[in-house]
Write a protein that binds this ligand. Structure first.
Ligand code: ISE
Length: 342
């Protein structure tokens, strides 16, 4: 039987998930599109052939004709809606961040631990991206020896209007916090945050440069520039003792002319990570079907770790200090890796 999915939030990512479920996910049915705006829910539902629409997320989650939920509503609703899905016993694919508040992430973890089951697959989709996967596989094969540093660059064309000064750290950078932590198989011990002189820090999307230290002695740096103007550009380089591995974006053509070469940059993250989203959502469908949490997916614990670093990053930016992070013991629920993805 087809897995009936509700999408909560019909903004940029909700619409993309609706498209993936309806076009690219055999075995899944787009049952309900729910949004605070009925008109937006209807538009996406019509475009993607959803059976129904709603403006009430809690009722949607509890509906008997819903097997699983994709949460793509604003960041501040992610944790409470994940909790509602856990209470209803339904698996969730929740967009990142799990919350911008570590206490709220903890509440989700507590709810899962109480039920001795993971329900939340967190949308750190870069773990599924072929370039990050190849980097991780090459590292595991010993191609560059011991990994000692990772450089990360994350640029958007323009920060969305609802962005605050902190969201470079709490909304954008969590992708790198998670990707580097996953790549290096390490936890962070400290973060320092720098900002170029003269930028208006209260302005949406002011650039930040972060330096993180891991419990395995590695250094990770992350530049987030949400007003880079020229295109969506994510770069990464993993440096080992015997070599380095750079990510490359899926570019299909290069134009040559006028003594120059041109490559195309996408306007936002969706084309760059289209395959990552597709593979992530496919893994989620497998999770719903089998109950086995996908081996490489991020869970609530990973979301909690990213939010803790983000909170420390915000404090580091405010105070100009290097902020240490305490070592934490994770519940055995989050150490189990049951499923191997093909
Ligand atoms: C946005 O929320 C995303 O998740 C995108 O992947 C990221 O590139 C962007 O910076 C975030 O603001």
């Amino acid at each position: 039987m087809s897995v009936r999915i509700a999408i909560i939030g019909a903004g940029i990512m909700g619409a993309d998930h609706a498209r993936i479920v309806s076009e690219d996910l055999p075995g899944a049915t787009l049952q309900v599109v729910c949004d605070a705006s009925e008109a937006r829910a209807r538009a996406i539902a019509q475009a993607c052939g959803a059976a129904d629409i709603s403006t009430d997320p809690l009722r949607t989650i509890r509906r008997a004709d819903i097997d699983a939920v994709i949460i793509a509503s604003p960041d501040e609703t992610h944790a409470s809606l994940s909790l509602a899905a856990i209470e209803a016993g339904k698996p969730v694919l929740c967009e990142k961040p799990l919350s911008q508040n570590a206490g709220e992430c903890r509440a989700v973890i507590d709810a899962e631990v109480a039920r001795d089951r993971r329900f939340v697959q967190l949308g750190f989709m870069r773990r599924f991206d072929p370039s990050y996967r190849e980097m991780k596989a090459a590292l595991a094969e010993g191609a560059i020896g011991r990994a000692i540093m990772m450089h990360n660059t994350h640029r958007n064309v323009e920060a969305p209007a609802n962005f605050t000064g902190q969201m470079a750290i709490t909304n954008s950078a969590p992708h790198e916090f998670d990707a580097a932590r996953f790549m290096l198989d390490a936890d962070y011990t400290a973060i320092s945050v720098f900002q170029p002189a003269g930028v208006d820090a209260s302005k949406t999307g002011a650039p930040v440069f972060m330096v993180l230290e891991t419990d395995r002695g590695q250094i990770v740096n992350v530049e987030v520039n949400n007003n880079a103007a020229y295109g969506y550009d994510v770069r990464g380089e993993l440096v080992g003792e015997k070599g380095s591995i750079q990510l490359t974006a899926p570019i299909h053509t290069r134009r040559n002319g006028h003594l120059m070469a041109f490559e195309h940059y996408p306007a936002d993250w969706r084309p760059r990570f289209a395959e990552a989203y597709r593979l992530q959502n496919k893994a989620f469908l497998g999770f719903v079907r089998t109950g086995m949490f996908p081996a490489i997916a991020a869970d609530s614990w990973d979301g909690y770790c990213a939010t803790l670093v983000a909170e420390a990053g915000v404090a580091a930016l405010r105070t100009g200090m290097r902020i240490s992070l305490a070592k934490m013991d994770r519940s055995p629920l989050y150490t189990a890796r049951q499923e191997t993805l093909q």
